[in-house]
Design a protein around this ligand. Structure first.
Ligand SMILES: [Zn+2]
Length: 307
């Protein structure tokens, strides 16, 4: 009889509508490949050669202020620029009018900012105290609102790539914000899937999924009154988690929820069994679609807050 724990199968990701191949029996095989070592790093509180430490000169020649909490600046090597001229390039194989171009490029406006979480070179987010963490969330919310209000911007993504293995170019505790003119492909797909699910079921996809997972319990990592972190049924990566907000809300209210949650940490309920999701949802589907398609949620590469 088919057994999810032993037999190869495909799992459906209802957010991006793709199937993931799962081979649970492969975890039994012997592993003689590479094993990564934890870096034995002991960093100083201040590094005179670090381009993110307070008072130091950055690679682009600018000097950081002597900041005491968080510090935000436009990336000196920003992947996106607000003053990019609008334009399009197309080239088809033949010269038939209306022929589909095989080469197609469209200009993209936007900006990239860097958020130094702390002036201390030797900390990570997890090692910062509650007051300092709260300031980081305040900055995320303010940046989200500021960038989202700028005319060409239709999507704001806040994320952290931590560690050299993940491509972080500097060990100083920092994250990034990318603001773009268009929704990224995966976000647009997830938005479409959630909008369609709502139109069909009159309920939101993620609140239904969360309810299923809370009943099962096997994939819940942790939960409090505001958020639940879980390993999605369709996870691809070894440590993939999905963070779902418990209040059903649009992206702007999610931002407020994140801000509120930062003021409740540490909360005894964070380690006690989570309460059921609230029933006082004032979700307005038109509002959700309009705001949700303009600005999505706070996310990192594989740890996503969505609603
Ligand atoms: Zn530093």
């Amino acid at each position: 009889m088919f057994n999810l724990s032993n037999h190869p199968h495909r799992r459906y990701n209802p957010l991006n509508r793709e199937w993931v191949l799962v081979s649970p029996h492969r975890t039994q095989r012997p592993w003689q490949g590479q094993v990564e070592q934890t870096p034995p790093e002991r960093r100083p509180a201040y590094d005179p050669t670090c381009y993110l430490c307070p008072g130091n000169e950055r690679a682009g020649g600018e000097r950081n202020p002597n900041y005491e909490h968080t510090f935000v600046f436009t990336n000196d090597f920003a992947a996106l620029l607000l003053d990019t001229p609008e334009g399009e390039f197309t080239r088809a194989a033949g010269d038939t009018p209306g022929e589909m171009p095989l080469l197609h490029a469209v200009s993209e406006r936007g900006t990239s900012r860097v958020v130094c979480f702390s002036p201390r070179h030797d900390l990570t987010l997890a090692e910062m105290d509650l007051a300092a963490l709260t300031m980081v969330v305040d900055v995320w919310v303010a940046q989200y609102n500021d960038l989202g209000a700028q005319p060409p911007i239709n999507y704001v993504q806040i994320f952290e790539n931590r560690g050299a293995m993940m491509g972080a170019s500097n060990p100083h505790p920092h994250g990034q914000i990318w603001a773009t003119e268009h929704l990224p492909l995966n976000v647009a797909r997830e938005q479409d899937a959630q909008t369609e699910y709502y139109a069909t079921n009159d309920r939101t996809l993620l609140s239904d999924y969360l309810e299923l997972e809370m009943k099962d319990g096997a994939r819940i990592v942790c939960a409090n009154d505001h958020f639940v972190a879980l390993v999605p049924f369709w996870a691809v990566w070894p440590f993939e988690t999905l963070v779902i907000s418990r209040p059903r809300c649009c992206a702007r209210r999610l931002c407020a929820s994140l801000w509120l949650a930062s003021r409740c940490w540490p909360n005894p309920s964070a380690i006690s069994p989570p309460k059921p999701p609230p029933n006082d949802c004032d979700l307005n589907p038109r509002h959700t679609t309009a705001v949700g398609s303009r600005q999505e949620a706070v996310s990192s590469s594989k740890c996503t807050v969505l609603h």
